[in-house]
Design a protein around this ligand. Structure first.
Ligand SMILES: *Cc1c(COP(=O)(O)O)cnc(C)c1O
Length: 380
């Protein structure tokens, strides 16, 4: 057998389900389109996960990840989906009572995770589509003492962006209360300043604005978060952030890393460094603004679409669009798919009435423009 030739090469094998579709047409709000060279980076042979070579490799990843999070602290690299690190946030950050800021499906998930971990949970639950009001959060915090507050930075179900900087100021009026942030669809797409905004734990998943294949998540913990974790009893083993912290100091991971996905991350971080993080934030903002403007154009031409997120509080990475009365949103998603493009369906209770455009990751304004014209055709 010739060892150089793989016996099958699925990558070149046309797939009837469209898995070999042209690049740049996949606007799902996660997982997102991954560049071919980043996908190809996964085809490297395995290596052991201890030793100087791997430490150099993890060291390179650290530099890019710290830039993405705007932090001087180490960035944990964890083999799990984003939800795993949401659970880590809860298990390490709180032992009694949590205040969950809920304005969509993912922020609700954060609250549910805290309940499932046996904590007492209060919610500041506001209508989906609105952003959290810092005054309301301040009022809730003045009633009881909370170990931690949970929030979604970019609420992917509605396309709302919460103001982390102001919320952090409000939370930190209360000594001993930590701010735990789900930035799964924020990091590497929306501006995020972990250190200067004083965020205690920020987590993200690789398959959203980071644009790598799913399977790896990243988290940054403040000193207070690690100190809290040390005091929390029963914080578990796999997601023990104290252990993660000790390991990453030595550029190691506590368990086997998801090597192939990290090979992809290495190439992706190099591409991201070329663009710069500021450049990435600007590109995402432009794609978002173009999407909102398109919704207005459609309205003027008689198609009553509506951006779900309140004006002034919209995420640069994802837009949820409400369809006109009597129109089925899933049928629009299907019609777009028949034309060779992918958008997201509505999430949770918004499924029948909305579709979502994930203008995040590596997409360009040109690709977005093409998608919007396909959508306009479907809607007219
Ligand atoms: C996608 C997403 C999650 C869940 O991430 P998984 O990787 O599917 O576990 C959580 N929060 C937000 C805001 C998301 O967009």
């Amino acid at each position: 057998m010739n060892r150089d030739v793989p016996r099958t090469n699925k990558l070149n094998h046309p797939d009837p389900k469209g898995l070999t579709r042209p690049y740049g047409r996949f606007f799902l709000p996660g997982p997102v389109e991954v560049r071919p060279e980043v996908l190809a980076a996964q085809l490297q042979p395995m290596t052991g996960h201890r030793g100087p070579d791997v430490q150099a490799f993890i060291g390179e990843l650290q530099a890019g990840l710290k830039d993405a999070f705007r932090t001087e602290r180490p960035v944990f690299i964890v083999p799990c989906s984003g939800t795993g690190l949401m659970e880590a946030a809860i298990r390490n950050g709180a032992s009694n009572r949590v205040l969950s800021l809920v304005n969509g499906a993912f922020s609700k998930r954060f609250s549910s995770i805290a309940s499932h971990c046996g904590l007492e949970v209060d919610e500041v639950a506001i209508p989906w589509g609105e952003a959290q009001d810092p005054d309301r959060v301040a009022a809730a915090l003045s009633v009881k003492k909370y170990d931690a507050v949970t929030v979604a930075h970019s609420e992917t179900s509605t396309g709302v962006l919460n103001d982390l900087q102001t919320l952090s100021e409000v939370v930190h009026q209360h000594a001993g209360t930590l701010l735990l942030v789900d930035s799964v669809s924020g990091a590497a797409g929306a501006e995020l300043q972990t250190d200067s905004w004083g965020l205690d734990f920020v987590l993200t998943g690789g398959q959203k604005a980071f644009s790598i294949p799913p399977g790896v998540s990243f988290g940054v913990a403040s000193n207070s978060m690690i100190e809290r974790a040390k005091e929390v009893g029963g914080r578990g083993y796999y997601f023990d952030l104290v252990r993660y912290s000790e390991n990453i100091e030595k550029l190691q991971t506590p368990t086997t890393p998801a090597l192939s996905t990290l090979f992809a991350l290495q190439v992706q971080l190099r591409l991201m460094a070329k663009e710069t993080m500021e450049g990435r934030w600007v590109r995402h903002q432009k794609m978002a603004e173009r999407t909102w403007a398109w919704v207005e154009e459609m309205r003027s031409s008689g198609v009553q679409l509506k951006v779900v997120a309140a004006e002034g509080h919209r995420s640069p990475t994802v837009t949820a669009v409400q369809v006109p009365d009597g129109v089925s949103a899933p049928s629009i998603v299907d019609a777009v798919k028949e034309r060779g493009w992918v958008i997201g369906g509505g999430y949770g209770k918004l499924k029948p009435t909305t579709f979502r455009i994930g203008h995040m990751g590596e997409h360009t304004l040109d690709e977005l423009e093409e998608l919007l014209s396909v959508l306009a055709e479907v809607l007219s």
